[in-house]
Each structure stands twice: as C-alpha cells, then as structure tokens.
Design a protein around this ligand. Structure first.
Ligand code: SAM
Length: 250
C-alpha cells in the first residue's frame, strides 16, 4: 500500500475526458437516476455491513483530513447509512450544523434512525434528492464531504456537480473526496472492475475516475492527496479548497 501527500499538485490536462491523448477516458455511467435510487433503496438495510468491510477506512480518512471544527456548517453528499454524517454531527457540536443529501429514501431512513439513536438529529438536516442540483444557499458550507459518490455521476455531470459544490462552499471552504481512482492506469484489478462495470452497469454502478484532476479542472486547489489501494483497486483521497475570490462591486 503506497501513500504520498502532495500540495498544489496538477497535470495541466483535462483528465476527466482523457483529452490530449495522455490519459484514457473514464467510462460512462449509463443507468438512470431512478435506477440508482431503486438500487440504493434495495441495499440500504444491509449496506452498513458492506461498507464496514470495504470502504469505511477510506471514508474515515477523508473525513479526518477535512479537520471539521466545532461551530462549522458541513454537508455530506451521498451519506449512505450515515456513519460519516454522524461523526460530522459530533464534530460540529451544538453550535454547528450537519447537512446530508442522498438520492435514496431507504438510505435516509437508515441514517435518520442511526442519528436519532445517537441523539444527533437536533443538529442535522437530511434531504432526499439528486445532488446534481443542491437545495442550499450560496457560500453556505465550511466543508463538504463526498465518499465513494462522485464516481457514481456520469462523465458530463462531474464538472457540473463540482461547480454546484463550489457554489454552496464558502470561499476557502474545503471539499474532501474519497473515490476509486483511474490515475495509475492499467492494473489487472482496475481492468477487471471496469469490465464488470461495463457488463453490469446497474449494479457495479461506480467506476474509477480522475479525482484530483476533476477538482483541478473545476477550479479547486489541492491541499492534500493520498493514493492507496482497496483490494488492489486504486483509491484517491483528496482535500481541495474553493479558491474562488468573490469581488463585490460597490
Ligand atoms: C457508494 S454509496 C456511498 C455511501 C457513503 N458515502 C459511504 O461511503 O459509505 C453512494 C451513495 O450515494 C447516493 N447517491 C447516488 N447517486 C446520488 C445522487 N445523484 N444524488 C445524491 N446521492 C446519490 C446513494 O444513494 C448512496 O447512498
């Protein structure tokens, strides 16, 4: 397992679309939003067990890298069964607020129960819907987390979603992402996974993407980046900031 951290990294080409012939294009996500909702609804009751074995370690890492502080307002996109959202609600404390948006009402119910049990619902707001259009005000959040969710959006949607996130993040706000990575090319596991995605796109719905490069293309500045492996599959954990400077005309 290799780990490195870079500050202010970049490649200078649009890797989300594999342009300039320097990087293979990422695969499309052909299933509809309705299919995505139905799929996640159907697995919501046991998804917690799956994620505990496979992804949780990396989700926790992305969350830790965001360094959420008491009093902050933080959004998680695609919160699943609410493990990270619960930790966000604990970190923001009574003076902060945690928000979550997920397309699956099944996932929302599992999360609601988890947070009610932990007595954290008073500082949490859950919303069921497609994150492609975020129902939040401009500059509202200090930080946003997306764990194994950005790679579920089809290729043309990724820059649009990252633009939406930029809109709701305050200038200087942090975006933390854990996701399957296409950055290191052609390992057997990566090819096997992409083959499965092409064959069963409704079930193996996510696919590896260029996480950091997508953020750079969308105008974020990288603050930290780690490259790891999950059962041989490359992962990226990236924290970037919304470097937008808002100019107010008098
Ligand atoms: C792979 S799961 C990851 C869940 C959680 N972040 C974790 O790491 O355990 C992806 C989550 O994103 C949600 N999701 C998928 N498409 C979405 C969309 N368009 N808008 C909002 N949430 C979406 C799914 O319902 C699911 O809960």
């Amino acid at each position: 397992m290799s780990i490195f951290i870079t500050f202010e990294g970049g490649y200078g080409n649009k890797m989300t679309e594999g342009s300039e012939g320097r990087a293979p294009a990422i695969l499309p996500v052909p299933r509809t939003k309705e299919e995505a909702k139905r799929f996640y609804d159907s697995i919501s009751r046991f998804y917690d067990y799956l994620t505990a074995v496979f992804e949780r370690k990396y989700s926790k890492m992305a969350l830790e890298r965001l360094v959420i502080k008491e009093g902050e307002t933080v959004l998680e996109i695609g919160f699943g069964t609410g493990y990270c959202l619960g930790r966000i609600a604990e970190s923001v404390g009574e003076t902060g607020k945690a928000y979550g948006i997920d397309i699956s009402s099944g996932m929302l119910e599992v999360t609601r129960r988890r947070l009610e049990k932990a007595k954290l619902m008073d500082r949490t707001e859950l919303y069921c819907g497609d994150a492609a259009s975020l129902p939040y005000d401009d500059n509202m959040f200090d930080a946003v987390l997306m764990s194994f969710t950005l790679e579920l959006f089809d290729t043309p949607e990724i820059p649009k979603l990252l633009k939406e996130v930029k809109r709701v993040l305050r200038p200087g706000g942090r975006l933390g992402i854990a996701g399957l990575s296409r950055e290191d090319g052609q390992s057997v596991m990566l090819r096997l996974y992409e083959w499965a995605h092409k064959k069963w796109p409704r079930y193996v719905d996510c696919r590896p993407i260029y996480v950091e490069q997508s953020l750079i293309d969308a105008g974020y500045e990288t603050r930290s980046k780690e490259k790891l492996k999950l059962f041989g599959l490359p992962e990226e954990i990236v924290v970037a900031v919304n470097a937008n400077v808002h100019i107010h005309h008098l």
